[in-house]
Design a protein around this ligand. Structure first.
Ligand SMILES: Cc1cc2nc3c(=O)[nH]c(=O)nc-3n(C[C@H](O)[C@H](O)[C@H](O)COP(=O)(O)OP(=O)(O)OC[C@H]3O[C@@H](n4cnc5c(N)ncnc54)[C@H](O)[C@@H]3O)c2cc1C
Length: 467
């Protein structure tokens, strides 16, 4: 038996369903990764995300070579070329089967359908395994058999299925005689800055970060997670997005810390486990409702909203020059690191969609270009939630005020000072009052929009939409 494992968003040897299954009977296993730069650009992936993926492919290639599994990297422009490339590779390797872990966005599903056809036509078996989430999309349904559209009942149903069952992680394949890593195609990743302190490379580094987080920060997560100046969250999202770490390993570690309890015991662990269920929820939504992959709102009636032209307001938001220090500091954090704190993703997304009344799709795309952790299901889910166009969305009249949020979560201005160093010497009082004379004297811009009037404007835009 000779099997090809086609790696996509599962760039690890540990706990990888397709790889473990392929290696199970001890037959020959060969890895394949398709570099698809034109597709990445079409999907709005920024340079940082592309570089992060590329470096993880290189790390995986080394790791697999040490285990005796060669990982070949083939350069094709896009998904349209995938079927021919995978089929040809399988023939070259005299493979009897190709295994891959499923991806759920529409283009990925369409690509896999063509791959399956091409393989069938030449007599190569094709297996698509579920791996990205604990429970496969389509397996968590209401009693009527419909997909859930709201998080809390989804979480209850999800927990009812998972609780009591061990969340089994699969070991990396047993090492065979080491091989030389195969040659690489002639391709240069785009130039980008990836701070190695923020984003160390490889599944071993990802796992070390998980262990460190669980040991040192998980117990306080429920309190610290909302304070952007603290290092209170795991920052594992980029690794989970590309599969350098499995969600099962995260759950295993959190449950071990919490004596196997899901919704009792440590509040930090319970809250963190719940966030991982949000990841499951949005992945299921993506798979069950293909329209969200197609830039359509989850709630179709919100298509009627008269969004404003993006224009200069959008540019000011992108560049962090809104005149609201918390918003601008968050946008600077994004530009500098490729990551933004979750609370500030909500604050900045609501600022754009609610106070500026700019279409969420502009913001979603900008985040996509900037984030190192970008992942369609979570990014789309987060944007549609913030814009009140999505599943489980914030009600349209719920608008997080950047002033109130700063008072609650950055009262001393520690976060703002870190990312807007020109304001570092100002007292917290000034940082909390956009338009404060001390801010203007420091050359910081006037607030670009008046919140009260802007709130009225968005309420008017949403009111009267058919339910
Ligand atoms: C507008 C907006 C855009 C977002 N875009 C993305 C994105 O492109 N990629 C992404 O992974 N997350 C996205 N999120 C969700 C969330 O902000 C990040 O997952 C989180 O900030 C990552 O930091 P962390 O790893 O320290 O998270 P932790 O707090 O440590 O949480 C652990 C993990 O749970 C998952 N998770 C946490 N919150 C959410 C959530 N609300 N939805 C889905 N999964 C979640 C992530 O995989 C995360 O790594 C977005 C949220 C919003 C509001």
């Amino acid at each position: 038996m000779s099997t090809v494992v086609w790696f996509r968003s599962d760039l690890r040897a540990d706990d990888n369903s397709a790889l473990a299954e392929a290696a199970r009977d001890g037959g020959r296993v060969t890895g394949l990764f398709l570099l698809t730069p034109a597709q990445w650009r079409a999907h709005d992936w920024g340079a940082r995300k592309q570089l992060f993926v590329w470096r993880h492919v290189l790390a995986l290639r080394e790791r697999l070579a040490a285990l005796g599994i060669p990982l070949w990297v083939r350069l094709v422009p896009d998904f349209a070329s995938a079927a021919a490339a995978v089929a040809e590779f399988a023939r070259e390797q005299s493979a009897t089967a190709v295994y891959a872990n499923a991806e759920y966005a529409v283009n990925e599903v369409a690509r896999d359908r063509l791959v399956a056809e091409a393989l069938r036509a030449q007599g190569t078996a094709w297996r698509r395994l579920h791996d990205f989430t604990v429970l496969a999309p389509g397996t968590v349904r209401t009693q009527q058999g419909a997909p859930f559209k709201v998080f809390s009942p989804f979480r209850r149903a999800w927990l009812a299925q998972v609780r009591g069952e061990p969340v089994d992680c699969l070991a990396a394949p047993a090492a065979r005689a080491a091989v030389e890593p195969p040659p690489l195609p002639d391709w240069e990743p785009p130039v980008a800055t990836l701070d190695p302190d923020w984003w160390p490379i490889g599944e071993v580094a990802a796992h070390a970060r998980l262990v460190d987080f669980v040991e040192r920060r998980l117990a306080r997560y429920h309190e610290d997670r909302d304070v952007p100046a603290l290092d209170g969250t795991s920052r594992l999202s980029p690794y989970l997005a590309i599969g350098a770490l499995s969600v099962r390993r995260c759950i295993e570690a959190a449950l071990a810390h919490n004596h196997g309890e899901w919704d009792s015991g440590s509040r930090g662990a319970q809250t963190w486990l719940s966030e991982l269920v949000w990841r499951e929820f949005y992945t299921h939504i993506l798979a069950e409702f293909p329209r969200v992959s197609r830039a359509r709102p989850f709630r179709p009636e919100t298509d009627a909203i008269a969004w404003r032209e993006a224009g200069v307001d959008f540019t000011r938001w992108c560049e962090g020059r809104t005149g609201y220090p918390l918003v601008d500091a968050a946008m600077r954090q994004l530009a500098a690191t490729g990551w933004m704190h979750n609370r500030l993703r909500m604050v900045t997304a609501m600022f754009l969609t609610k106070y500026l009344l700019v279409d969420w799709r502009h913001g979603e795309r900008f985040f996509c270009e900037q984030l190192v952790d970008v992942e369609l299901a979570a990014n789309n889910g987060g944007w549609q939630w913030s814009a009140s166009t999505g599943t489980d969305a914030a009600p349209y009249f719920r608008v997080l005020s950047p002033v109130r949020q700063a008072e609650r979560f950055d009262a001393e201005g520690a976060f703002v000072r870190r990312w807007l160093p020109q304001l570092a010497a100002l007292p917290a009082k000034a940082l909390l009052q956009p338009g404060h004379p001390a801010l203007l004297a420091a050359g910081y811009p006037e607030p670009m929009v008046e919140l009260k009037g802007a709130r009225e404007r968005v309420l008017l835009a949403f009111r009267g939409l058919a339910p």
